[in-house]
Write a protein that binds this ligand. Structure first.
Ligand code: CMC
Length: 431
C-alpha cells in the first residue's frame, strides 16, 4: 500500500489528510478510508457505491470502459467458447480450472445433490397457483436452512463447501418445481444421467406421461447463458449476499436475500422487462416513439436491456448473446423472428442517437437473453429465475471468499443525517 495526500476543504476549513492507497492487480487505485472517521472524524458519502469498493476480491474482474469481463483471469469470450457451465462453476468456486479428475468429481457431487427433501414439496403447494416463480424461489431457498442442519456451521470450511454444493445443485430443481407449480403439472425428479442444463430442461418440460429429450441447441444455449450470468463481481444481489452474510447469517438465508435483490427490474428482472417492452413496442414503426419516451425525463420509461452501472462500452456478454440468439432462432424457431428483428433495429437506432451515445448506454446482457429464453419455450416470468440459477455459483463463491477473509466484519454503512435536530416530545393534546 502506498500513501497519498488528499485535500479536504469546506469553506474556511482546509485539511491535508494522508490516506493509504490500495493497488489492485488490475483496475483503478482505491483510497483506503477505513481509518478516516477514527483519525479525522469524517465520513465519506457515496450513495449507490458510485466510487466505493466494498471489499477485496479475487473472483471476477470488469473493465467497464473497455468492455472486459474475466472470471479468475480468464476472458469471458474464451470461457464462453470453450467451457462447460460446471467447469466455470468450479473455476469460480475454487479459483482454478479443474483437471479431468477434479471436474468428474465436482460434476458427480453436484449431480448427486440435486434431489430435494420430499417435505420441501409441500412448500410449493402453499403458494397460490399463479405466484411469481421468483416469490417461490425466495421462500423455498430461504427455507433450506430448516432442512440441512448438518452443514450449518458457518465457521467450518467443510460445512461451507457442502452448503455451496447443495445450493448449486438444488437451485435448478427448485426452479423447475416453481415452474411446474405455476403450470399445474407434477414435479419431475432430477435425472442423474443428464448434464446440469439438460437436466433443468427435462425437469421443466417433461411430464410423467411421455419421454422427453432436450434439443442439443437448447442445452448449448442454456450452457452459454449460464456461463455469461455466472458472476459479475459486486453487483446489487452479490453485495446483498455479502451484506447478509457479514452478520454471520446462514448461506441459505443469504442466498434468499440475493434472489430478492436480483428480482428488481433494474437488475435481474430486466430480461423479463425487455421482452415485455419488445412486445409493447410490437413493430419497427413504433421504435421512434419508444426512443422518445426513454429520453423524456418526465416519463419513467427506460429502454430495458440498455445501460449499465459499470459498462460504458458494449457489454461483452451482449455481443456473445446476439450471435447465439441468431443460431437459436435459425435452429429452433423462425429465423425471421419478429422479436429479434425488432431488437436488432432498436439497438441500431439507439446506438445512433445522441442521447444514448452521450451517456454511453449500450445493450447489456439482458437485451438478447430473453429472446433466447423465449425460443427455448421458457416463459417470461421464469427468465429471472434462470438468471438466479446461473448466478448461484457467483453468490456462493463471494460468500465463501468473504467468510474466509480474516478482515471480514459486519457490513455497517454510515449515513449523513438530514432529519430534524433534537427536539422535545410534545404531548398529544398540545399537537
Ligand atoms: N434508458 C434511458 N435512459 C437511461 C437508461 C435507459 N435504459 N439507463 C440509463 N439512462 C440514463 C439516465 O436517465 C441518466 O440520464 P441523466 O444523466 O440525463 O440523468 C443516465 O443515463 C445515467 O443513468 P443512471 O440511472 O444514473 O445509471 P445507473 O448506473 O444508476 O443505472 C442501470 C444503471 C442498469 C440501472 C440503468 O442503466 C437502467 O435502468 N437500465 C435499464 C434496466 C436494465 O437493463 N438493467 C439490467 C442491467 S444488466 C444486468 C444486471 O446487472 O442485472
Amino acid at each position: 500500500m502506498t500513501d497519498k495526500y488528499y485535500l479536504i476543504q469546506e469553506d474556511a476549513h482546509q485539511e491535508r489528510v494522508q490516506l493509504p492507497v490500495k493497488r489492485p492487480v488490475q483496475g483503478p487505485l482505491a483510497v483506503d478510508v477505513t481509518k478516516l472517521y477514527r483519525n479525522q472524524g469524517l465520513f465519506t458519502y457515496d450513495p449507490g457505491f458510485m466510487s466505493t469498493a466494498s471489499c477485496e476480491s479475487s473472483i471476477t474482474y470488469i473493465d467497464g470502459e473497455a468492455g472486459i469481463l474475466e472470471y479468475r483471469g480468464y476472458p469471458i469470450e474464451q470461457l464462453a467458447a470453450e467451457a462447460d457451465y460446471i467447469e466455470v462453476a468450479y473455476l469460480l468456486l475454487y479459483g482454478e480450472l479443474p483437471n479431468g479428475e477434479q471436474l468428474r468429481e465436482f460434476d458427480d457431487i453436484i449431480t448427486y445433490h440435486t434431489m430435494l427433501n420430499e417435505n420441501l414439496k409441500d412448500f410449493f403447494g402453499g403458494f397460490h397457483y399463479d405466484a411469481h416463480p421468483m416469490a417461490i424461489m425466495v421462500g423455498v431457498v430461504g427455507s433450506l436452512s430448516a432442512f440441512y442442519h448438518d452443514s450449518l456451521d458457518i465457521n467450518n470450511p467443510r460445512h461451507r463447501e457442502i452448503s455451496a454444493h447443495r445450493l448449486i445443485a438444488k437451485m435448478p430443481t427448485i426452479a423447475a418445481a416453481s415452474y411446474k407449480h405455476n403450470v399445474g403439472e407434477p414435479i419431475i425428479y432430477p435425472d442423474n444421467d443428464l448434464s446440469y442444463c439438460a437436466n433443468l430442461l427435462k425437469m421443466m418440460f417433461a411430464t410423467p406421461c411421455e419421454p422427453y429429450q432436450a434439443h442439443p441447441i437448447a442445452v448449448q444455449a442454456l450452457n452459454l447463458l449460464f456461463i455469461l450470468h455466472a458472476d459479475h463481481e459486486q453487483n446489487a444481489s452479490t453485495s446483498t449476499v455479502r451484506l447478509a452474510g457479514s452478520s454471520q447469517a446462514n448461506p441459505f438465508a443469504c442466498l434468499a436475500a440475493g434472489i430478492a435483490s436480483l428480482w428488481g427490474p433494474a437488475h435481474g428482472g430486466a430480461n423479463e422487462a425487455v421482452l415485455n417492452m419488445l412486445t409493447e413496442i410490437g413493430d419497427v414503426s413504433r421504435i421512434d416513439r419508444y426512443i422518445a419516451k426513454a429520453k423524456d425525463k418526465k416519463d419513467p420509461f427506460r429502454l430495458m436491456g440498455f445501460g449499465h452501472r459499470v459498462y460504458k462500452h458494449y457489454d461483452p456478454r451482449a455481443n456473445i448473446l446476439r450471435e447465439m440468439c441468431r443460431t437459436v432462432l435459425e435452429e429452433l424457431a423462425d429465423s425471421n423472428n419478429p422479436m429479434f428483428e425488432l431488437a436488432l433495429r432498436l439497438e441500431e437506432i439507439a446506438l445512433k442517437d445522441d442521447y444514448f451515445l452521450a451517456r454511453k448506454l449500450y445493450p447489456n446482457v439482458d437485451f438478447y437473453s430473453g429472446i433466447i429464453y423465449r425460443a427455448l419455450h421458457i416463459p417470461n416470468n421464469m427468465f429471472t429465475v434462470m438468471f438466479a440459477i446461473a448466478r448461484t455459483v457467483g453468490w456462493v463463491s463471494h460468500w465463501m471468499e468473504m467468510m474466509s477473509d480474516p478482515l471480514q466484519r459486519i457490513g455497517r454503512p454510515r449515513q449523513v443525517y438530514m432529519g430534524s435536530p433534537r427536539r422535545d416530545f410534545v404531548p398529544l393534546d398540545q399537537r
